[in-house]
Each structure stands twice: as C-alpha cells, then as structure tokens.
Design a protein around this ligand. Structure first.
Ligand code: HEM
Length: 472
C-alpha cells in the first residue's frame, strides 16, 4: 500500500516537474492551430508555397499591393487590438483616405535633428539609468524599466513640454495594456485606454499640438491619431526594440564586453542592432490587400482583392548561414540592401516614418546604458517577450560576486521556466477570447460598410469602441 502511494506520488511529482519542458511548446502549437482555424486562412503567406522569398520585396513594393485595411478580415483583429481609433491611425488608413495629410503631420513631428533626439533621450533616461540602480544591482524586467523613458521622450517630442508623473502613469497604463494584449498576455482594458484619449483631448484644447489636420477632423479624431501613432506604436515599438537589444546583450556576454570596450566602433554597434532586428523583427506579419492583379515570375498572378501576408520572421531567416544564431559579425561581409532584411518595411510601400529616429534612439540608449551597467540574463528570448526581458542590471561601479551572480541567474532561469507554463496557458485563453471578440465586433468591416457617411461612421465607430471597451 505504502509502496503504491509512493509510486503515485513519484509519478505526480515527476509530471509536475516535467511541465516546463513540454507544456509551453505544446500550448504554442495548439494556439497556432486554434487561431488559424478561428481566423480562417484568408491570406497568401509570403514567403510561402505560392510566392517565395525571392519575390518578397518586388511584390511588397508593387503599386497594386496598395490596400491597407479594407477587405481583410485580419484588419478586424488589428483594429481590435489597437483601438480606440485604429481608423485614425496612419498605419491603418487607406492611401486614398486623408493619408497624405496625416503622414505629413507625422513627418513634421519627427523632423528633429540627431542632436535634439540624443539630448532629449539623455535627459529622459538619466533619472532611470542612474537613480534606479544606485551604484548596485537590480533584477528588472527590461520592458517595464525602459517604457517610462520612451513615454517621457515621446510626450515631450509631441507636446514640447515635460511629461508630468500623473500623465506618465496614464500613458504607461495604456501602452502596457496594448502591448500585453497584442501578445495575448492580458485582455484589452478599454477604460485605461479611453483615459488616455480624454487626456489627449484636454492637451489639444490647450493648443499643444498646432499641426494641420484634414478639415473634417474633430478634436477626438486628432486625439485618436496622436494616441495611435505616438502613444501606441512609438512606445510599444521602441520599448520592444530596446528590450530585445538589451536582452540580447544580457545573454551574449562576449558581444556585450566587445561592445562596451569599443563604443566608438560605430560599425560594431550598427551590426549588433541590425542582427537584433533581423532575429527579432518587431512586425510578425504586415498585410496588404491587392487593388489590381500582380504578375508573378512563374507566369501566375495574384488576383485583385487578395490579402498578402508578409511574414518578417520567416523572411529574415532565409539566405543566412546559421539563421537562428545571433552573429553580429555577419554584417561585416553581407549587405543589408542585398539580404532578406527589411526591419522598417519597404521604401516604396508605406515604410516606417520613424526608422531614422528609431536607430538614433537605439544607438544612444545602448551606448548610454552599457556605460552605466552590465546586464546578465538566463531567460528565454523569444520575439513575443512574454517575460518582458527579465534580467540583472549591475552598476559598473559595483562588483557582483560570482556566487551571487550564479544564484541570481539560476533563480531567473527557474522562475522563467515556471512562468512559461502559466503564461502559455494565459496566452491561449486570452488569445482565443480576443479573437472571438474581434470577429464579433468586425470593427474594420463595419467601418467600411458606410463609406459615404465617413464623418458619421467615424464618430459612431469610435463611440462604439468606447462602449464595447467598458464591457471587456
Ligand atoms: C525600432 C523601432 C521600429 C521598427 C522596427 C518599426 C517597424 C515598422 C515597420 C516594419 C513598418 C511597416 C509595416 C507595413 O509595411 O505595414 C512600420 C510602419 C510604421 N511605423 Fe514603425 N517601427 C519602429 C518604430 C516606430 C516609431 C518610434 C514610430 C512613431 C513615432 C513608428 C510609426 C510607424 C507608422 C506610423 C507606420 C505606418 C506607416 C504608414 O503606413 O504610412 N514606428 N514600422
């Protein structure tokens, strides 16, 4: 009897301890399967069976790959994740729908010199980089550590005044919720997001954003545009780009040492950034709807109205030796233009307007950061960063004993393994709930059903978003 109990106990304990080794990957496979079933396989995957990597850039840049949101079920999901106001976001509006005027506003806001970018970033990062670690060491989650810096930076860039602690809190709550929902780690929290819209409307009323918008834009439309471009995309993208770069350094001590000893070697810094963005591109898939047919090289063609899904992570792995390995030196011998590498999209078809600013920011933050601290980590590094880049920051004025470092790294590893069990299940459940909710709401489809009463539908859609929000 006692022998049987021990056997059962042994099986249960072994089962529990084996969970981190098989459950997360099984849940990811299940999630991909369920999501594809629920979403339907509407899009043409590129690279894929019909169009391979050699045609990726040509098709992406084609003048008929011009539709952005209308006609793609996938847009319903993105608009859901990025609401309120995806219909006002430069990234989602159609070329023929006020696009040029909106893109011109973004361009003006981003037109600042390299020196101004560096000075503002230095000012915003100083309190966090210096005061936070106070000459010692600290366990941090990089995304949470970096996000306030990005918030202060973009707030001041947009409104030309220092961000108050109170406003910073509102923006962080919004941006964290967007990034968490995009990665299916949390559900949308619309009251938090709507609080930011209200804050932005109040700033606009003070005349803090004097740019030329299309005449029919209301104050709420303008607030939603600012929220989308500068307090969703900019903060989410920059926090993630910097988290990836610092985490890569934390996990590759040789690269970190070489970088910190040769900070004036701009080429090596460039290579580290390029390799990070190759392995961890911030876009998983960018989609387009064809406005006319596109001829392919095999004499076949893509029909008008097709949804093209450009898969960045897959594209960035084709044509490289050891594609899954982080090897910054590879960029010494290969050219970015001739490689399968497009971190900021394709020049001819709505590329990232902030590519220049983003690279300056990354260089500045890495140079400044590695001068102040060393980083170490033993957590898994994936593109979706569910662990938010957990790592140890050690002030350069402090010596962390080998023993203490080994204990901390072991702690991070074990915690990460168990968190993975939990987060993979959470991602499965929340992902399913959000996909079903987005399918139900059909925000993009409903918006474009009424193209002749745009002003009315804009207001209705955003009001609808506000109401839905409260329910979720
Ligand atoms: C390292 C950081 C960043 C990366 C890697 C990145 C990447 C990209 C990519 C790949 C696209 C093209 C997507 C497509 O083809 O549909 C894009 C578009 C865009 N990005 Fe970025 N981005 C970054 C930072 C930013 C920042 C800081 C901002 C805002 C200030 C921003 C605003 C936008 C906007 C508005 C678009 C849409 C452009 C259009 O459709 O006209 N991005 N980004």
């Amino acid at each position: 009897m006692a022998g049987n109990t021990m056997l059962i106990l042994g099986i249960v304990v072994s089962f529990l301890f084996s969970l981190p080794y098989w459950l997360p990957s099984m849940v990811i496979r299940l999630r991909t399967f369920i999501f594809t079933k629920v979403n339907g396989d509407e899009g043409i995957q590129i690279p894929g069976k019909e169009i391979d990597a050699s045609e990726f850039k040509r098709v992406y840049a084609h003048k008929s790959a011009a539709g952005r949101s209308k006609g793609a079920n996938l847009s319903n999901l993105f608009w859901y994740w990025l609401s309120p106001g995806a219909e006002m976001h430069q990234e989602h509006i159609e070329k023929w729908d006020n696009y040029d005027q909106i893109a011109a506003v973004t361009k003006k806001v981003l037109s600042v010199s390299n020196k101004e970018i560096e000075e503002l970033l230095h000012k915003c990062a100083t309190p966090i980089f210096l005061d936070n670690i106070k000459g010692k060491w600290k366990l941090v989650r990089l995304r949470d550590f970096i996000m306030p810096i990005c918030v202060d930076f973009f707030y001041e860039l947009v409104f030309k005044e220092v961000c108050s602690k109170q406003d910073q809190k509102v923006i962080i709550k919004h941006s964290s919720n967007v990034v968490g929902a995009l990665k299916c780690c949390v559900l949308r929290d619309m009251p938090k997001r709507n609080q930011l819209t209200e804050l932005l409307v109040s700033k606009l009323k003070l005349g803090l954003f004097p740019y030329d918008f299309p005449e029919n834009y209301t104050l709420e439309d303008k607030a939603l545009y600012i929220q989308g471009v500068f307090f969703t995309t900019a903060i989410v993208q920059m926090s993630d780009a910097l988290t990836h770069t610092f985490l890569v350094l934390a996990r590759h001590n040789d690269v970190q040492t070489k970088l910190s000893e040769n900070l004036e070697d701009r080429r090596f810094l460039d290579n580290v950034i390029s390799e990070t963005l190759r392995l961890y591109p911030l876009f998983g898939i960018a989609h387009r709807v064809t406005t006319d047919s596109i001829e392919l090289e095999n004499n076949k063609s893509i029909a008008k109205g097709a949804v093209l899904c450009f898969n960045y992570p897959d594209f960035h792995k084709i044509g490289y030796t050891n594609p899954s390995k982080f090897i910054p030196e590879r960029w010494d011998t290969i050219s970015k233009g001739e490689s399968n590498y497009l971190p900021f999209g394709i020049g001819a078809n709505r590329p990232c307007p902030a590519s220049h600013m983003s690279l300056i920011m990354m260089k500045k933050m890495i140079t400044f950061g590695t001068k102040q601290f060393k980083l170490f980590s033993s957590v898994e590094h994936t593109r979706s960063l569910p662990n938010k880049g957990a790592c140890i920051l050690v002030s350069r004025n402090y010596t962390l004993s080998r023993r203490k470092k080994a204990i901390l790294l072991a702690f991070l590893k074990v915690r990460d393994q168990w968190e993975k069990v939990y987060t993979s299940l959470v991602q499965l459940v929340y992902g399913f709930i959000m996909i079903m909710h987005a399918r139900d709401l059909k925000l993009t489809t409903n918006y474009y059903k009424n193209p002749h009463s745009k002003d009315v539908s804009k207001t209705i859609v955003s009001k609808e978003l506000f109401n839905v929000s409260e329910q979720s």
